[in-house]
Design a protein around this ligand. Sequence first.
Ligand code: GLC
Length: 721
Amino acid sequence: MLNHHRFTDYDPEIEKKVEQLLSQMTLPEKVMQMVQVCPESMAQDDLEKQVRQGVGSILNYYSPAGMNRLQKIALTESRLKIPLILGNDVIHGYRTIFPIPLAWSCSWNLELVQEAAHIAAEEARANGTHWTFAPMVDIARDARWGRIAEGAGEDVFLGEEMAKAQVRGFQSPLRNGRSLVSCPKHYVGYGAAEDGRDYNTTDMSERTLRDVYLPPFKAAFAEGAGTVMSAFNDIGGVPASANSFTLRQVMRDEWHCSSMVVSDWNSVGELIPHGFAADLKEAAKRAVLAGVDMDMMSGAYANHLAELVEEGSVPESILDEAVRRILRLKFQLGLFAEPYVDASEGAREILKPEYLETALALATQSMVLLKNEDRLLPLASDMGKIALIGPLADDHHEILGCWHRIGKDEDTESVLEGLRQVLPDTDIQHVPGCDLTGEMEPDFETAVSAAITADVTVMVLGEGELMSGEAHSRAYLDLPGRQQELLEAVVATGKPVVVVLMSGRPLAVPWLAENVPAILQAWHGGLRTGRAVADLLVGNANPGGKLTTSWPRSVGQVPIYYSHKNTGRPPEGRGTIQFNMQHRTLYVDADHTPLFPFGYGLSYADYSYSDLEVVTPTITADETLIVTAVVSNTSDVAGTEIVQLYVRDLAGEVTRPVKELKGFERVTLQPGESTTVRFEIAAARLGFHGLDNKYKVEPGAFQVWVGPHALAGLEGSFEIQ
Ligand code: GLC
């Protein structure tokens, strides 16, 4: 693929055009360029009036013809004829809907995720969208938080890599030389919401902010992301959408980032309920002084910025900087040269067969085989009858996931349809058994009868798409409604049961994990969920996905993540004897370990790891750690293993995590094949923010592992001098 468009690169020709246009703008015109409105949320005449006044942007608008009408007003009836920029939430697909990002992150396939983002960009741009409010790069370690569905899970390193892959994909060269601009979000720390409730307070050390939550944004900007969205949450008392430390000191002064900052929906207006502004005028002042360039939907800028400048509270130079970033974007996107969209081309561009093939590949690689006792899977091809039970067994909607926007049910294929495609001669009896929420009277009896008369039962259980995503956090992580009862009734038949789980988050399902022999986590897998599940169940495809979040045994363990600190009384240690008792960081009523760890996932193949070699046992801070290991496929099935490398910094000037992912590689191995996997990790990536909150690589002893997941692997050691 050609190099993607780096919106952060300097182009003198564009700068000249920006300055020339800016010099003509009045104060009210500058203010209006910093305003973003949603056509669905306002009267048409008010919308058209704001377009004539030179409003900068619209969002959440999916009509190419409507977009052309508004663009025509902007270009013929406003004074300076500055084109609108249209932003939409193209998070995991436009019309070709891919697995939710938490799912596709489990593929660990950066190229395929990049290609999915590229396809989304082709479909979106061809239909008039210029700007996607993605990738969502919030690190999430709390499964209660609904928006864990939208990101790449708990890990910083994987989060950085997934952020970069999506920026490359969204900003890749498109048909007719066009491009789309990305928008990493939500800047910053949004995933650390207390008690997992969306929009809730976050309060963390600057070190945690710098070591955990900021790095994926820095990676996205380094990859050329042209915009960024400021978040709803307050960070230690200062709301992210008026936080000059994160927006100016970190982004502008330390990172020299030129990307345009758009607030999240009304997050400027929400400075008032935050108790950070007395009124909308003060909210506008605090947000613009802190560094928010464009105000999404609050009205604060439209109603108060001009007055704030005229009274001397806000320097006009701050507006000039913001308007420069907005105009620069519009020139970079070619909107002055090509402001209109060809609606017929847009219709041709969507749902292309090759796009649907990519959606199938990504769905298949995103799904995670969590258990396969006695190799119950893949299903034998000569089965007479399958009982297909559960509220999601023939679902065409929930599988679209929480940010499907204009994705359509009719474009999807259900698990039932997928199984019928791959097992045309098998009798498949479909019984919903219950609904997702428990509102409908369940029919356990029919389900049990179907299971008793079947060779195998496949149950499709889990969450609906609106049980995760924005504003949809959960206090419990079990199967919703009456599904657990349905599950236990079917398992009680003693017949073989396979469970396909669908969710937007890790689920705390210890009974299921204990009592069901085979479990496939399918997430909300997008348009091709049905065929992907079917191919995996019958062995047309070999599962290879691996979890990017730790799965808890109970909600009481949350937040749970592998890259935790060791504490002074680690669970695995001897603890400290006091009052004749061993005191360690444990529960008295539960196992503290995850139900399934970060990086975990099974295959129909078997892999072994051997011959770990630390090629460079001693390195300096500007050298490279080289580690190799041999990975073998000891089975008779070809497969792809996601090999992971973790390190531990044994002692630092601040406490360090017990493990940190620093490398991974997807390795495809034929039956009996072995290969040497070589990792080269720059020592510069092994640092942290020290006592002074400055990034440093500190000399000292390290452990290193190469293995299949966060809790296993061959161990070695090295030293940074
Ligand atoms: C929403 C979300 C944000 C989205 C924006 C525009 O509230 O927080 O992720 O991009 O508004 O729809």
